[in-house]
Design a protein around this ligand. Structure first.
Ligand SMILES: Cc1cc2nc3c(=O)[nH]c(=O)nc-3n(C[C@H](O)[C@H](O)[C@H](O)COP(=O)(O)OP(=O)(O)OC[C@H]3O[C@@H](n4cnc5c(N)ncnc54)[C@H](O)[C@@H]3O)c2cc1C
Length: 419
């Protein structure tokens, strides 16, 4: 059996951040990672097929997110502003989306006035019923499903409001790939004598106060005084994926109160950037096709388009083959641009619902999530701790920033409990 002071399950942004903080304070940390790589939902594909690094998972930095930007600067990783026009196909014409959706401000004010959280569906049915608001209701639901990957019948309005209020903020991208951040964190952890064991799927944690033994699918055992679990909450929501002995029912019940949405991301490289006929500096295209959201790499000039389908609609297509999804994506593009498309030179479908060790994309808040997160932030007898994007409480829900902050906060809490 291999021994450490602290075991961390998962080498995503959260696990690596926690490991960095703990090993900087001289703790012996072992990270157990199910995949053969670090990064989890950060997954920059190698340049093999595409003419530049492409992101199958996280891609944008949604605003001036302090910890992410600080880490990028400290590690000399360049990032650039994602500027460019946003266009929407409406009544067969491309239009600038700066047009306000009628009633949106009124809806935001009504959200602000809420004293108690309710689901988005209940909110819209209560305050924005009737024909006058049909378009507004559709837009709000599209937004919640598409970007928050949320089910409107479960998503809480207060968290959506907090996020939508920041929607105008600047966005950045890491030209050389998000994976550079993971590589930098990995290097720091290794320099600080952390061990990272890949291909180790933790399926059992036997514990009592200040003693844990984690068993992996390879039948290897690792022991420590404390353990931090950073796996996606979908893994903890899956019965028996990780068995805790004795059971930690309060935590597992809490995990079930957090929403976890699906995403299908389609990356297609064409022989030419045909969309430039519509707009030279286009960044986002929105339409009503089956794959409704597309973006370019502008201001970088290349021939890559990325399609995005989030929430219940992505969930409904989870069993389609990559070829079927590509076909639907190409049909969406041909119809949206009303033209025969140039040849495809590379493609990749990232169907996150089907990714083992993730089973979905990222979390969203239900009306019960605040309470559930408060429960999960408290360790079990100062021995089992939880971290990861879904445990984070703040306005950068479902992001890399959320994962990094949660990893750092959990490490700080654990150090406080020891010292
Ligand atoms: C398609 C997509 C697009 C996204 N776009 C953005 C974006 O543009 N900007 C943004 O900021 N965020 C984005 N996100 C969200 C962001 O990627 C995540 O919030 C963040 O990476 C989560 O980090 P984490 O460490 O909490 O979890 P993860 O990255 O999931 O790390 C958890 C790790 O645990 C491992 N694991 C799971 N089960 C076990 C087990 N039993 N034993 C051992 N290891 C295990 C996993 O393999 C994984 O490496 C996106 C996510 C997806 C899926």
């Amino acid at each position: 059996m291999i021994h450490a002071d602290i075991l961390i399950v998962g080498a995503g942004a959260s696990g690596l951040m926690a490991a960095k903080e703990l090993s900087a304070r001289g703790k012996k940390v072992i990270i157990l990672e199910a995949r053969n790589r670090a990064g989890g939902r950060i997954d920059t594909l190698p340049q093999k097929h595409f003419s530049q690094p492409v992101e199958a998972g996280a891609e944008f930095i949604h605003g001036n997110l302090s910890l992410t930007l600080q880490l990028l600067k400290e590690n000399n990783i360049p990032y650039t502003k994602a500027t460019g026009s946003t266009l929407r196909k409406k009544d067969g014409q491309w239009q600038d989306t700066d047009d306000e959706i009628e009633g949106w401000d009124e809806m935001m004010q009504q959200m602000d006035a809420l004293n108690e959280d309710i689901t988005l569906s209940d909110f819209l049915n209560t305050f924005f019923n009737g024909e006058k608001y049909t378009k507004l209701r559709q837009s709000a639901i599209q937004f919640a499903q598409g970007f928050d990957v949320a089910d409107e019948n479960k998503a809480g309005v207060i968290a959506l409001r907090n996020e939508w209020q920041h929607e105008e903020e600047v966005q950045y991208r890491i030209g050389g790939g998000y994976m550079q951040l993971i590589d930098a964190l990995t290097m720091i952890c290794l320099r600080q004598h952390c061990e990272i064991h890949f291909w180790e799927v933790v399926n059992k944690v036997v514990w009592n106060k200040n003693k844990v033994i984690a068993t992996t699918a390879n039948n290897e055992q690792f022991s420590a005084e404390k353990i931090i679990i950073t796996v996606p909450i979908s893994m903890l929501q899956t019965e028996g994926a990780i068995a805790f002995v004795p059971a930690i029912s309060e935590k597992i019940n809490a995990v079930k109160e957090i929403g976890f949405g699906a995403v299908i991301k389609v990356l297609i490289q064409f022989e030419e950037a045909f969309w430039q006929d519509v707009h030279q500096d286009a960044l986002f295209f929105f339409c009503e096709e089956k794959i409704p959201t597309w973006w370019t790499q502008y201001p970088a000039k290349n021939n890559l388009l990325t399609g995005w389908l989030g929430g219940p609609k992505a969930f409904a297509m989870q069993d389609y083959s990559p070829e079927q999804i590509l076909d639907i994506a190409l049909q969406s593009l041909a119809s949206m641009f009303s033209k025969k498309l140039p040849p495809v030179t590379a493609w990749h479908v990232a169907n996150w619902q089907k990714q083992p060790y993730t089973f979905g994309a990222y979390s969203y808040n239900t009306t019960q999530s605040a309470q559930a997160k408060a429960i999960l932030k408290e360790p079990v007898e100062n021995t089992i701790y939880f971290a990861g994007e879904a445990i984070y409480t703040g306005d950068a829900q479902g992001t890399v920033e959320a994962a990094l902050i949660s990893g750092r906060e959990t490490a700080e809490r654990l150090l406080k409990d020891i010292e």
